[in-house]
Design a protein around this ligand. Structure first.
Ligand code: NAD
Length: 501
């Protein structure tokens, strides 16, 4: 923080994880060797903290110490690993309120949302403790005089690169399964929101995780993130962020022949069928796009409405959007909090201006609110062709685009008419139609009569340019392992050449 004390307005107690002015390099806290990184409160623009970011030497040391830690903990039993993860979960729960407030200050998100994200992070560590204890290899059917086994081994040192929109939940989703599988993790949080990752690092150390298994390395993506991805000692990268960045990371990984998991952007459709319960659908659509102020990879940013009911449903959506309470994240009544930075708010505003120039009707919102703070109101656009920028590109703000459809074929074509394939919502009472559509839409997650609900035991990821691989679920751990096959010979003469020479 500016002047190295606690974040202004956040007393040391009860907010225990006071963010440090240091980074965690292979188990040691110290000032990073990189340039200073300033983080601001999105609600009023004040400087929250100045971190000494990670330098190239820090990445190198974190990798070396990570490999050493993996070597030293290679024989840790599954229940020992589970104990580390459970202890981390307990400390997150102990400091839940402080972590939520810290994340609200850093990201601008509403306190209700950040409390939910902290609870989800604790749940993620607990869940993967369970997976660590119960993960099994396989005895495969032999096809000769031998026993065959398939086992899972840690990759070694893995990079975890996360975005700013839901930091603690994204961080937990990568750290917990990677540790459960026996790896060391280099966590690179987004440069706009490094504080909660550093606070989590403090808790992980307090929980007794062996030194070197976690490094927290804040810094600019093209510098620190790039150094992690390119480092020859990093054996896998799990990345969550924008599709352009994911593509660049994937290209480097291809050259290294290194596995990557990519959780990328979206332009998810929400579909209203003619028989939908409109009260539920309207509330669900508004929540799906305007919660987190639209800064959510799964934001339902396109709504597809039957032509015959278009004006009625759109009218209800506009009336509902205009009633949403816009305000600072720390006000419990806020429904739409500020955007993460002024720069991001200006980007959202520019995309809405472009839509206007493309012929959009602005049904509500459509311009930033006066400062201080990065406020942008809930905005609904329509009258645009499906191939316009506002219907194709991820705006990552509180902007919904409405499109009419006639019949199921046009609906499916419109739903799939983007490069993305992350999520989809379907509102209907007709379960046969829901199943038919769910099978035909190109999306990693389909919500039927609900939206934006998540379970750590259910795999999550994207299709098409929304990503590669899945997180969460038991398979979430396997993404951080290498599979090895073992053959145990049972024959006295295991091959024709065996015998006295
Ligand atoms: P971003 O791609 O700009 O940054 C994400 C992370 O990557 C940050 O930590 C950043 O510092 C780092 N980074 C940037 N350039 C890098 C490089 N060249 N090499 C290595 N690392 C680099 O994305 P963002 O703006 O922080 O986040 C918003 C995006 O994330 C949106 O597109 C959103 O849809 C996506 N997202 C996806 C999911 C998902 O699960 N699919 C979840 C949340 C957010």
């Amino acid at each position: 923080m500016v002047g190295m004390g606690p974040v202004d307005g956040f007393p040391a107690d009860p907010v225990r994880p006071v963010p440090p002015d240091e980074i965690l390099v292979g188990g040691r806290w110290r000032r990073g060797g990189g340039d200073p990184l300033v983080t601001r409160d999105p609600a009023d623009g004040r400087v929250l903290a100045e971190i000494h970011a990670t330098g190239a030497g820090d990445v190198d040391e974190a990798v070396c110490r990570g490999h050493e830690a993996v070597r030293l903990t290679r024989d840790a039993l599954p229940h020992e690993r589970a104990r580390w993860l459970t202890a981390i979960a307990a400390l997150i729960e102990r400091d839940a309120e402080g972590l939520a407030r810290l994340q609200t200050a850093d990201t601008g998100k509403s306190i209700g949302e950040t409390r939910a994200l902290v609870a989800s992070a604790a749940g993620t560590f607990r869940y993967f403790a369970g997976v660590a204890e119960t993960l099994e290899g396989a005895l495969t059917p032999p096809r000769g005089p031998y026993l065959t086994m398939s086992t899972h081994e840690p990759i070694g040192v893995v990079g975890a690169i996360t975005p700013w929109n839901s930091p603690i939940a994204s961080d937990a989703q990568k750290i917990a399964p990677a540790l459960a599988a026996g790896n060391a993790v280099l966590l690179k949080p987004a440069e706009w929101t490094p504080l909660v990752a550093l606070a989590l690092g403090r808790l992980v150390c307090e929980a007794g995780l062996p030194e070197g298994l976690l490094s927290v390395l804040p810094g600019p993506g093209p510098v620190t993130g790039d150094a992690i991805v390119r480092h020859p000692g990093v054996g896998k990268v799990s990345f969550t962020g924008g599709t352009a960045t994911g593509r660049a990371i994937g290209a480097i990984a291809a050259r290294k022949i290194m596995p990557v998991s990519l959780e990328l952007g979206g332009k998810s459709p929400t579909i209203v069928l003619p028989d939908a319960d409109l009260d539920l659908a309207v509330a669900g659509i508004l929540f799906g796009i305007f919660s987190s102020s639209g800064q959510s990879c799964v934001a339902g940013s396109r709504v597809l409405l039957p032509s015959a009911m278009y004006d009625e449903v759109l009218g209800r959506l506009v009336a509902g959007a205009e009633k949403l309470r816009v305000g600072p994240g720390d006000d419990p009544s806020t429904q739409v909090a500020p955007l993460v930075t002024a720069e991001h708010r200006d980007r959202v505003a520019a995309m809405v201006d472009r839509a206007r120039a493309d012929g959009a009707r602005v049904r509500c919102g459509g311009a930033p609110l006066p400062g201080p703070g990065n406020f942008y109101p809930p905005t609904i656009l329509d009258g645009l062709p499906a191939d316009s920028a506002a219907c194709q590109e991820e705006i990552f703000g509180p902007v919904l685009v409405a499109l009419p459809y006639t019949g199921e074929e046009e609906l499916v074509t419109l739903a799939n008419a983007t490069v993305y394939g992350l999520a989809c919502g379907i509102w209907t009472r007709d379960y046969r139609a829901a199943v038919r559509l769910a099978r035909r839409v190109e999306a990693g997650t389909v919500w039927i009569n609900t939206y934006k609900q998540f379970s750590v035991s259910t795999p999550f990821g994207g299709e098409k340019e929304s990503g590669l691989g899945r997180e969460k679920g038991r398979e979430g751990v396997l993404a951080y392992t290498r599979q090895k096959s073992l053959y145990w010979g049972l024959d006295e003469r295991p091959n024709p050449w065996a015998g006295p020479v």
